[in-house]
Design a protein around this ligand. Structure first.
Ligand code: ARG
Length: 411
């Protein structure tokens, strides 16, 4: 026996092939771990699948609440969208799964950690970096090490009697309660519209009638839906269904992977779309303009770190100290109109709102005294207007009076 590997196991093509490989080619004893982060499907079926592959033990860990509390809530507070689009479902789950695998490896006295990531993606980075930060065990990644591609894997699976589902043959899917990522097959043509069978959460033919939902936040955390107090996880699960049915949450973009590849990515993230849209809107009502501007930079940095597998980097704790502090006034309610695939904020209210209709109104009786603006505007633009005059180019120069030749006084 060449030791014991603890493998992060989903039951899909990659990880099933890895079980067989570790056993057959490396002579290892394999223990599998499936972490429930809300990917759906039957945990019992995944366990049966692992046993059918001949693993010596299978662990199922329900980490859904931990996933929401320790990962998704911070993503909401950070309005986290990588490259302004991707709400990070896969990226957030990986460090948690890696942590659970390390915990099991300790209990099982394992000699190695294993995962089924390819060498072309981000997930290898997220698994490797977190595993290395939390454990000194070697990492085995057979798909990457052997440079396997899908056709070769399918062939290997067939030879070893591993059954593969129909969708797994067409797309590579990863999902959890924060979103669903669909890659591969027909989606690799970046110019072609995704076929309808790529989507499972979001209706591609939503009803014409709008649906309204109101999300209540407390210190940045989703705390109620349509006036009913609910736990954040329940709000997410419900919004995935309601907004998905309204066609909300499909994202299709070209994304920069850590390893430099540009990839066409398609996502379904109805709850994430609604919650980030609503949360960011509420923040803008309660934060000062200076807070709003600065937080945008902090948020982008946080998303970048989470995406690129550096969850354990101390920079995250520093960014989160700011983000957490900034949530103190983020309490209130945001109303969204879901229709035809869009989630549009149509109203917001908060006891901490800095919006004053009395000041902003164009109607009678504004509290804002217009004449006082004149001096302010002059000083506000002082340096800019001065610089334009001194910059000897463009339109400004033509307007500066010319000094006639020969009339200049000697200096
Ligand atoms: N591009 C996304 C990310 O890097 C999705 C990855 C999906 N992972 C997968 N194993 N299919 O987070």
């Amino acid at each position: 026996m060449a030791g014991r590997a603890v493998l992060a196991f989903s039951g899909g093509l990659d990880t099933s092939v890895v079980v067989k490989y570790l056993q057959e080619e490396r002579g290892m004893d394999v223990v599998t771990v499936t972490v429930d982060v809300g990917q759906g499907g039957s945990a019992a079926a995944t366990a049966r699948r692992a046993r059918a592959l001949g693993v010596s033990r299978h662990h199922t860990i329900d980490a859904r609440d931990e996933f929401v509390r320790g990962y998704v809530l911070m993503a909401i507070k950070a309005n986290a969208l990588y490259e302004s689009k991707y709400s990070l479902a896969t990226a957030l789950a990986r460090p948690l799964i890696a942590k659970k695998v390390v915990e099991v490896a300790r209990r099982e006295r394992a000699t190695a950690l294993a995962h089924g990531c390819s060498g072309k993606g981000n997930d290898q980075v997220r698994f490797d970096v977190t595993m290395r930060a939390l454990s000194g065990l070697p990492i085995v990644a057979p798909i990457r090490d052997m440079d396997l591609d899908r056709p070769t894997e399918l062939e290997y699976a067939r030879r070893h009697g591993v059954r593969i589902e129909r969708v797994a043959k067409k797309y590579s899917v990863d999902q959890n309660l924060w979103g669903r990522a669909i890659e591969g097959g027909p989606l690799e043509d970046a110019a072609a519209e995704p076929p309808p069978d790529a989507f499972e959460w979001v209706s591609t033919r939503p009803p014409a009638r709008p649906v309204h939902v109101t999300v209540g936040f407390e210190r940045g955390v989703p705390a109620s839906l349509d006036g009913r107090r609910m736990r954040a996880r329940a709000i997410i699960e419900r919004l995935n269904r309601v907004a998905g049915a309204a066609g909300v949450g499909i994202v299709d973009h070209v994304e920069d992977r850590v390893v430099g590849i540009k990839s066409r990515e398609v996502y379904e993230a109805p709850a994430a779309t609604c919650l980030i849209e609503a949360h960011a809107d509420l923040e803008k009502a309660v934060h000062t303009k200076h807070e709003t501007r600065f937080k945008g930079a902090v948020d982008a940095e946080w998303a970048q770190l989470a995406y690129s597998g550096l969850w354990e980097d101390p920079l995250r704790a520093s960014l989160e100290a700011y983000i957490e502090r900034s949530q103190a006034p983020v309490t209130g309610a945001v109303r969204l109109r879901l229709q035809g695939g869009s989630a549009r904020v149509v109203g917001r209210s908060s006891p901490r709102s800095l919006y004053s209709a009395r000041a902003a109104t164009y109607g009678r009786g504004s509290t804002f005294e217009q004449p006082r603006a004149t001096g302010f505007v002059e000083l506000w633009g002082l340096q800019s207007t001065e610089a334009v005059k001194l910059d000897g180019s463009g339109a400004a120069r033509r307007e500066v009076p010319r000094v006639r030749r020969g009339t200049r006084r000697p200096t």
